[in-house]
Design a protein around this ligand. Sequence first.
Ligand code: PMP
Length: 303
Amino acid sequence: MTEYYFINGDYVEAEKAVIPVRTHAFLYGTSVFEGIRAYWNDDEKQLYAFRVQEHFARMEKSGHIMYMKSPYTVEEHCEIVKKLLKKNNYKEDAYLRPTLYKMAQRVGPGLQDNPDGYLLLVNKMGPYIDVPGGLKVCVSSWRRNSDNAIPPRAKVAGGYANAALIKADAHYAGFDDAIVLDECGAVTEGSAMNLFLVQDGKLVTTTKTDDILVGVTRNTVIEIARDIGIEVEERPVSRTELYISDEAFYTGTGAQILPIASIDHRNVGTGGVGKVSAELQRVYNDVVKGKVPKYKKWCMPIY
Ligand code: PMP
């Protein structure tokens, strides 16, 4: 079946959504983007896009840092998402990748006099691949790019060269992923996920000023956890805390809630999926599908 994307004002067949090879964003990584999931609720026969407004609000901020302005308001973006998913007639989980990009066709890195383009790609997500027993991760020898270099707070495509190195080297060393430190050796997050630890029944995660992308899933988990009576501490985290926590997990739109079993060859807790992680996973999976009335406000119906 033909799939459609949205590019610079038009809904076009996927293979016709192309950009010229001299496009600034391609040559210099000057685009900001989001990853959004839509979940199929089979009981309701409804597709729900999760926290779309929050994602587009973050894209607006990323763009502001990078001298980019979206041609659309957050509300208009939501309408485009609805229209595109409907046009593709998806009746299963899907993934959306909006990108705001610098479209000048010239050599030279400047952002000035450089118009903004916008494209929205979508694909079916397929079944979620679980890692039973949790991930085996390491602390990366690469450091996260700092706020004064390529700000991780802005989801800038060029900054993902850092995540690419981290992910590739973790893979070649036999790990599933990695945890990344900042230039001073403090914990930041995963390659492209946020990180939570469980210590004495409490959640611990790094702060908004610790060179992380402030994740939508992170914020979701913090809110859900507090609502079900789990205390959450946002504070700087040092490396050795990774080895002595009771549980650890990643959060992210793609990752959802992904338990970590070991870090640098040391078991986290008992080395499996911890109780708190499993409970949060269970609740999260219902929330994103619009099955929990209290959080239905986060789920935008498509049909
Ligand atoms: N950190 C980084 C570097 C990421 O790329 C992502 C994925 N977008 C996250 C954290 C998690 O963010 P979110 O929960 O908004 O997907």
